[in-house]
Design a protein around this ligand. Structure first.
Ligand SMILES: Nc1ncnc2c1ncn2[C@@H]1O[C@H](COP(=O)(O)OP(=O)(O)O)[C@@H](O)[C@H]1O
Ligand SMILES: O=P(O)(O)OC[C@H]1O[C@@H](O)[C@H](O)[C@@H](O)[C@@H]1O
Length: 489
């Protein structure tokens, strides 16, 4: 499961430092001072400090410096993202940012009508939903949904086990309904949101390119995920038609446009991260098909794979699966290098992905005067006890450094999309809405606030007036049903 290489967590910390020549780091005064208990002490600008704290401060200072994201770097990242978008549209394999065609060439109009189902498979959760669309701007008459955590063993089992689970949950959901048989015997229709890279062959079919996040089901790679689902549904006796297969970023875009036609991109910061946006069909050189009547094509960017000379793999620095892991690795380095967490065996601290992003979020948002939430999390999760308030403040600062870097890089990616669309500046900038969903954005307040403030910083005062960020709660679920509706016969 540890697909976060150790270099990754420090990559950006030392990544740019590697460019500096022979940067001297502070060193401890070698024991000229009076020895105190088992540690040497050090004279410093802030008075007498135990070597432990000095060493700990060195680790934090190195992290702070290595994770710095000055506006200049962010602007380079934004420009690189815009450039990779163009390269990915130019030809297959033109960029690590895959720029996958979604074959969604018409977005919800608000006139969609009828009963549709959505299945939403994410990196952590699976959601089933039913949506009754009122048509003619009545929007959603009502919707019901159920969310379940995906059993971890299914993430590395077989394709039939995973899709059997999905079809089983759908079967249970449908079985609980009463009297919602489709009019004139029509088949129930559903939109399938699949939060992994798929090379689509049409709006309702496509083959899995590869698994990301914590999934690794070898026999599904290269297979048509709709065919896999249909096979599993038949086994469940479910006679439903999969009208659309979409990525969750595409679904979020569609769900948000249903309510606000100025939405130009759907972005996910959940377990993973991704973005989708509306591209002009005639601005996609690699597309050989006939141009759609709408002239538009939604692109599933798969931007998590982006990297540039300024930073390693984008998703691993900006998404929910990894932020907790990065903090864990820093705390481990802090422990080993300074011994600041007295008498722990480090076993929990050495366990990959043991510290999760919700944990660091809780510590980062601890408003108690003695940081008792930090103390609780360190104890419960990492078996680190009896920390001083100073140490707990250091832990909060580490969470802040990691989360702020993530948020600022997230904003840079969004600025890159606006740059590609020519909507990142100028006084006549049309109103542009960025719809964002995902558990990290939804629940990690300081991440969300930092992302929004950084986007304003990058766009500048004038352009910021025409750009809005909206939380599109569960947009991908509704979006799947809407796109199914728009494809409906
Ligand atoms: N309270 C929280 N604080 C910070 N991050 C959270 C919190 N709850 C969930 N997350 C992050 O959100 C991710 C789940 O995102 P979500 O969009 O809900 O599911 P999925 O990725 O399956 O679509 C989790 O992996 C976690 O990293
Ligand atoms: O909703 P989740 O699970 O956070 O997924 C977000 C993104 O995670 C990435 O890893 C996938 O390649 C994308 O396809 C997906 O959109």
């Amino acid at each position: 499961m540890d697909n976060v290489s150790s270099s990754c967590c420090y990559a950006v910390c030392s990544y740019r430092k590697a460019k500096e020549q022979n940067k001297k780091s502070t060193t401890l005064i070698p024991f000229r001072c009076r020895r105190v208990d088992r540690f040497s002490i050090r004279l410093s600008g802030t008075g007498i400090m135990a070597a432990v704290e000095v060493e700990a401060e060195k680790v934090v200072a190195e992290l702070r410096e290595g994770c710095a994201t000055p506006a200049s770097l962010l602007r380079d990242v934004a420009a690189a993202m815009a450039g990779e978008m163009g390269a990915g549209l130019e030809k297959e394999g033109g960029s690590r940012v895959k720029m996958l065609l979604s074959y969604v060439d018409k977005l919800p109009t608000g006139r969609e009508e009828g009963l549709f189902y959505g299945l939403d498979l994410g990196g952590t959760n699976f959601r089933v939903l039913k949506v009754h669309l009122g048509g003619s701007k009545k929007h959603v008459v009502n919707s019901e949904s159920r969310e379940v955590s995906i059993p971890p063993h299914l993430m590395s089992g077989t394709s039939s086990e995973l899709f059997g689970f999905i079809a089983g949950e759908l079967g249970k959901f449908v079985a609980e309904e009463e009297g919602t048989d489709m009019p004139n015997g029509k088949k129930k229709e559903l939109g399938f949101t699949f939060s992994f890279p798929v090379r689509q062959r049409s709006v309702a079919s496509g083959t899995l390119v590869k698994w990301t996040k914590a999934f690794s089901i070898d026999d599904a790679v290269g297979e048509d995920v709709v065919a896999e689902l249909q096979t599993a549904m038949v086994k469940q006796g479910l006679d439903m038609h999969v009208a659309a297969l979409i990525n969750d970023a595409v679904g979020t875009l569609a769900g948000a446009i249903y309510y606000d036609e100025d939405v130009v991109a759907g972005v996910i910061f959940g377990t993973g991260t991704n973005a989708a946006y509306v591209e002009k069909a005639n601005a996609i050189p690699k597309w050989e098909g006939e141009l759609p009547n709408s002239g538009d094509m939604v692109i599933n960017m798969e931007w998590g794979n982006f990297y540039s000379s300024d930073l390693p793999i984008y998703e691993k620095l900006t998404s929910g699966m990894y932020l907790g892991e990065i903090v864990r690795r820093v705390l481990l380095k802090l422990s080993l290098q300074s011994g600041i967490f007295s008498s722990i065996d480090n076993s929990k601290l050495k366990t990959c992905f043991h510290l999760r992003t919700p944990h660091i979020s809780a510590m980062h948002h601890d408003e108690t005067p003695d940081l008792k939430i930090v103390a609780e999390k360190l104890h419960q999760i990492l078996e680190i006890k009896d920390t001083s308030l100073e140490t707990r403040k250091m832990v909060v600062e580490i969470c802040d450094i990691v989360a702020r870097r993530a948020a600022r890089l997230a904003a840079a990616g969004i600025a890159g999309i606006l740059m590609k669309l020519g909507r990142n500046g100028g006084i006549d900038n049309p109103r542009s809405v960025i719809a964002i969903d995902g558990g990290l954005f939804e629940h990690y307040t300081k991440f969300r606030e930092c992302l929004e403030s950084t986007l304003g910083e990058l766009l500048g005062e004038e352009a910021s007036k025409s750009v809005a960020v909206k939380h599109a709660n569960d947009g991908s679920g509704i979006g799947a049903a809407l796109i199914a509706a728009s494809q409906s016969r």
